[in-house]
Design a protein around this ligand. Structure first.
Ligand code: UT7
Length: 336
């Protein structure tokens, strides 16, 4: 029998470039509170959110991704034609098929790169980075574009108290590719489907062949039981972060930056305390201005730290993200 060639040991892989897109419209808490009987003070105290951004009609999942990706490609010094794969982590591309990734690849000029969407909610970007790193190491791609993008304002009910003040819109992209010094640690990831119902689209998309038009009714907006998710994230995710450092052979003293999913400022604080992060470690707090942008939150927070001068290219950053499923993923990366 003819043997297939075994994969050769792969090249060193790193994040080569980063780009983001923040929608133009800034929405303060004051614009949200009346519909949910809340207050600016409650939202700031319970979540840390002061403002968020909502995309306008001309700022789509595709257009925000293309804008973020162009910056990431430019920073990486990679032409779109050099991309072998485009991975888009999102839950708010409102077509089940085709993928947002295929259209984004086309608009970037990356055709015929492989292209697909990935559904891992707020953990999607970290899932994508892990997949991309493994693709490059295994030889199935040389350069992979990983995008985290959401237009959650399309699927958030403005009258829902547990989600309307949290979720927001934006995009972030990285180019993953070969380099001299390896810059992406093994991932620690998982899921806990016993908690499937804690964050979910309320009703499935309508079934076309259903003869009863009444049964097609139902909300496609997100619902979240915030407090159980809050407790799960605050306690369980710190353990995942510790395992990630152990797998990478690092301690918190080796880190320069901590970039958790921007879910709630109190979750970030709880994880930082549990990890006993030393004072020199910069902590991403983009949620205050950006809200919770699900799959886009980690790259957006990464860019904010670099733009504000709190982190630099080459810094060692612990990423961790978690969300609907429930699912989670964490890795240590060198910042692009
Ligand atoms: O990104 C994916 C993962 N998602 C997350 O990680 C989100 C995790 N969850 C959270 O961030 C928090 O649970 C929330 C910010 C959503 C809510 O904060 P909480 O501290 O868990 O509040 P709670 O749901 O336990 O509610 C506390 C109180 C209740 O009143 P009583 O029973 O104490 O009188 C609620 O009725 O606050 C009330 N409440 C509100 N009040 C004003 C709940 N929502 C609101 C609101 N405005 N929007």
């Amino acid at each position: 029998m003819t043997a297939l060639p075994a994969p050769t040991p792969g090249p060193a892989v790193a994040l080569l470039g980063l780009g983001v897109y923040r929608p133009a419209r800034v929405v303060p808490n004051a614009e949200i509170v009346d519909l949910i009987g809340s207050s600016d003070e409650w939202i700031r105290t319970r979540s840390g959110i002061e403002t968020r951004r909502f995309a306008g009609a001309d700022e789509t999942v595709v257009s925000m991704s293309v804008a973020a990706s162009r910056t990431a490609l430019e920073q990486a010094g990679i032409a779109a034609e050099q991309l072998d794969c485009v991975v888009v982590a999102t839950v708010s591309h409102l077509l089940q098929t085709p993928s947002a990734a295929a259209m984004i690849a086309e608009q970037l000029g990356a055709t015929p790169a492989a292209a697909f969407d990935l559904s891992a909610a707020c953990a999607g970007f970290c899932y994508g980075v892990s997949l991309a790193s493994d693709m490059v190491r295994a030889g199935s791609a040389q350069h992979v574009l990983v995008i985290g993008v959401e237009k959650l304002s399309d699927i958030t009910d403005p009258t829902d108290r547990s989600t309307s003040f949290i979720f927001a819109d934006g995009a972030g992209a990285v180019v993953v590719g070969p380099t001299d010094e390896h810059g992406i640690s093994p991932v620690v990831w998982g899921s806990d489907g016993a908690r499937y119902d804690l964050i979910r689209q309320e009703a499935p998309w309508p079934v076309k062949v259903d003869p009863d038009p009444e049964s097609e009714k139902g909300s496609h907006t997100l619902r979240m039981e915030g407090n159980p998710v809050f407790r799960w994230a605050s306690f369980e995710m710190a353990k995942v972060a510790k395992q990630t450092l152990e797998r990478a052979g690092l301690t918190v003293d080796d880190l320069d930056v901590f970039i958790p999913h921007q879910a709630n400022m109190r979750i970030t604080d709880a994880m930082a305390r549990a990890l006993k992060l030393p004072p020199h470690v910069a902590i991403a707090r983009d949620i205050a201005q950006q809200g919770n942008t699900s799959a886009a939150s980690v790259p957006l927070a990464m860019e904010r730290l670099i733009a504000d001068g709190e982190a630099r290219r080459g810094d060692l950053a612990l990423l961790i993200a978690f969300g609907a499923g429930l699912v989670y993923a964490a890795q240590v990366v060198r910042l692009p």
